[in-house]
Design a protein around this ligand. Structure first.
Ligand code: MG
Length: 161
C-alpha cells in the first residue's frame, strides 16, 4: 500500500544586488541589497514551492514558472506558492508541515524571523507549530558569507487528502 505521506526537498539561491527589495517568506526585510531575480526573488518561498512540487512528483519550479515567461516578471512569489499548493491539492496532496533554513550574512534576520514564520504558516494554511524557520550566517565563508547571495533550504511533508 502507498504510504499516505510524501517528503520533498527544495533549495534556492539568488545573487544580491543594490536597488532591489529583500523579500523573504513574503516579508519585506529592510536591506541595502536584494535578490537579482525575474520574480520578487523570494528564496524561501521558491525553496518551499520546489519542495512541494518534488514531494508531489510534479517536477520543479523552473518547469512550471520559467524565468523566460513575462507573466512572472516581478511576480509575487506568494502567488506562485499558492498555485503550487493548488497543483499539489489537485494531485491529491495537502501540505502537512515545512521546515526552512535561510542562509544570509546580513542583514540580521533575528528581528524578522517570527513574522517570516507566521507568514509562511499562513501561506501554507497550516497551524502554528507546523512550520519551522531558522536563519543563520555562513560565518563569512564563500559567496553567501561575503554577502553576495541569499539562499534557502526547505523540507516539506505532504499528506494524502
Ligand atoms: Mg528563486
Amino acid at each position: 500500500m502507498t504510504p499516505p505521506i510524501r517528503v520533498g526537498i527544495g533549495f534556492d539561491v539568488h545573487r544580491l544586488v543594490e536597488g532591489r527589495r529583500l523579500v523573504l517568506a513574503g516579508v519585506e526585510v529592510p536591506s541595502d541589497v536584494g535578490p537579482a531575480a525575474h520574480s520578487d526573488g523570494d528564496a524561501v518561498l521558491h525553496a518551499v514551492a520546489d519542495a512541494i512540487l518534488g514531494a508531489a512528483g510534479l517536477g520543479d519550479l523552473g518547469e512550471h514558472f520559467p524565468d523566460t515567461d513575462p507573466a512572472f516578471k516581478d511576480a509575487a512569489s506568494s502567488d506562485i506558492l499558492g498555485r503550487v499548493v493548488e497543483m499539489a491539492r489537485d494531485a491529491g496532496w495537502a501540505v502537512a508541515g515545512a521546515d526552512v533554513n535561510v542562509l544570509l550574512e546580513r542583514p540580521n534576520l533575528a528581528p524578522h524571523k517570527d513574522a517570516m514564520r507566521q507568514r509562511l504558516t499562513e501561506l501554507l494554511a497550516l497551524e502554528p507549530g507546523a512550520v519551522g524557520l531558522k536563519a543563520r550566517t555562513l560565518e563569512g565563508l564563500g559567496p553567501i558569507g561575503a554577502g553576495e547571495a541569499v539562499a534557502a533550504q526547505a523540507v516539506v511533508v505532504l499528506s494524502r487528502i
